[in-house]
Design a protein around this ligand. Structure first.
Ligand SMILES: Cc1cc2nc3c(=O)[nH]c(=O)nc-3n(C[C@H](O)[C@H](O)[C@H](O)COP(=O)(O)OP(=O)(O)OC[C@H]3O[C@@H](n4cnc5c(N)ncnc54)[C@H](O)[C@@H]3O)c2cc1C
Length: 401
């Protein structure tokens, strides 16, 4: 690993999924240029999605297996537990929360997202899951028949609930909807989700909200909006993420409603500064300008931006796919996947479906449920933006609610 110096050819703010791949991208082109990474995390880059999935269900897979060893692998320098507080584009410097200053030739912002939390005193027993240390803390208060409360109707809440029950933990899952993922999937698929959770022994509290918690001795107490009180050894929150753009906006970079604005090369509005991963507002070739808080986007944009910074010129053309797997359910999706849209299902075989989402007459999103259909093929369909009638001519569609 390179030593600490005061000026780097490539300086990366953030040490997550996009940063790891950006370093790989830089090194695939430039074997010599100095690379520095400054991260507020206490751990080097690691495979974040495993925190709610594989680490809970594969006994031969351990937390050290998720480490990327980025700095060592690519001869970069990394500084951990350090927050970048200011970017000075004119001076080509950044400042950190411990008062240090570093100079750059080319800067990458890859600061990702943070998990939302609820009102309550900070505790090692209340975790809004985002980092490896969060995962390790959950391990401490779960297992061996302990009761853990999970709040959230998104993929993190549903995955960690499934992971915990498969690790000998009693789980209460609090969701805002009628069924798990009812805001995304048609009823017949969200019912399939529910079945798996109920069969596994998870107690689900439907149409409920938790807004705060209290610490009671060694336990956490959560009061739901209907007065129900849940108490357990710990509380895990999967209630969404937010992105802090202040570093970019205070440095004068253009930010819009989606994030830090970048062009097709993932360059920001300020010279010598690029951005990648969750924080960017980028022009997607199929979906238009958007942001995407998904890991494959972080990986692809990171790798792409690293190469750009090292001198390659290209166009970012990856349309992000998001995915989840729990129990024996495996799905991938892209575009708008929202059950308030018109939905049509194609049955491909036993428990294998494609769901097409239409906004009025136009195809806007696709969900692939347990199917083996190549996603690039589905992306090609979305690219053509067929109407319901046009798609129905070639695929046997069934309207679903
Ligand atoms: C538990 C979990 C499971 C997930 N599962 C999936 C999944 O199945 N599928 C999917 O598509 N996506 C999933 N995601 C989302 C995916 O992990 C993210 O989209 C991806 O990690 C984003 O990469 P990133 O590099 O942009 O940000 P991150 O990986 O969040 O990394 C950001 C880094 O920046 C650092 N940082 C932030 N601010 C500063 C600062 N000012 N100074 C220095 N460092 C800073 C942080 O400490 C962190 O190291 C999951 C996320 C979590 C938390």
């Amino acid at each position: 690993m390179t030593k600490e110096i005061k000026k780097y050819k490539y300086l990366i703010v953030g040490g997550g999924m996009a940063a790891d791949q950006a370093v790989a991208g830089i090194r695939s082109i430039d074997k010599e240029g100095t690379i520095g990474i400054i991260s507020s995390d206490t751990d080097e880059p690691y495979a974040r999605p495993a925190l709610s999935k594989k680490l809970w269900v594969d006994p031969d897979f351990h937390d050290e297996d998720i480490d990327f060893h980025t700095a060592q692998k690519y001869d970069a320098w990394i500084k951990l537990a350090t927050k970048v507080t200011k970017v000075n584009p004119k001076k080509h410097t950044i400042e950190t929360d411990n008062g240090e200053e570093f100079e750059y030739d080319k800067l990458l912002l890859a600061t990702g997202s943070e998990a939302k939390t609820l009102k309550g005193e900070n505790s090692e027993r209340v975790i809004a899951l985002r980092s490896k240390q969060d995962y390790l803390k959950i391990r401490k208060f779960s297992g061996k028949g302990k009761h853990v409360i999970v709040v959230g109707n998104g993929y993190i809440g549903s995955e960690i609930a499934a992971g915990l029950i498969q690790s000998d933990t009693k789980v209460s899952l609090v969701i805002t909807g009628d069924r798990i993922f009812d805001k995304k999937f048609p009823i017949f698929l969200s019912e399939k989700y529910e079945e798996k959770y109920l069969k596994a022994g998870i107690k689900i509290y439907h149409n409920k909200k938790a807004s705060s918690y209290d610490l009671v001795g060694d336990e956490v107490k959560v009061q739901l909006n209907d007065g129900t009180v849940l108490q357990g050894a710990g509380l895990v929150l999967g209630i969404g993420a937010f992105t802090d753009y202040s570093l970019a906006s205070e440095a004068g970079l253009k930010v819009d409603e989606h994030g830090v604005v970048v062009n097709e090369q993932l360059k920001t509005s300020v010279s010598d500064i690029w951005a990648a991963g969750d924080i960017i507002s980028y022009p997607d070739q199929i979906l238009g300008r958007q942001s995407a808080g998904h890991v494959r986007h972080a990986i692809n944009s990171g790798l792409f931006v690293g190469k750009q910074m090292a001198g390659v010129t290209g166009t970012y053309n990856y349309t992000p796919v998001f995915y989840s797997w729990v129990f024996d359910i495996n799905w991938e999706a892209f575009g708008q996947v929202n059950s308030s849209l018109k939905m049509y299902a194609e049955t491909l075989g036993d428990d294998k479906y494609i769901v097409y989402y239409f906004d009025k007459q136009t195809l806007v999103g696709i969900l692939s449920w347990n199917s083996d259909v190549h996603l690039e093929h589905l992306k090609e369909i979305l690219k053509k933006r067929p109407t319901i009638e046009e798609l129905d001519r070639v695929i046997n569609l069934r309207a679903v609610e």
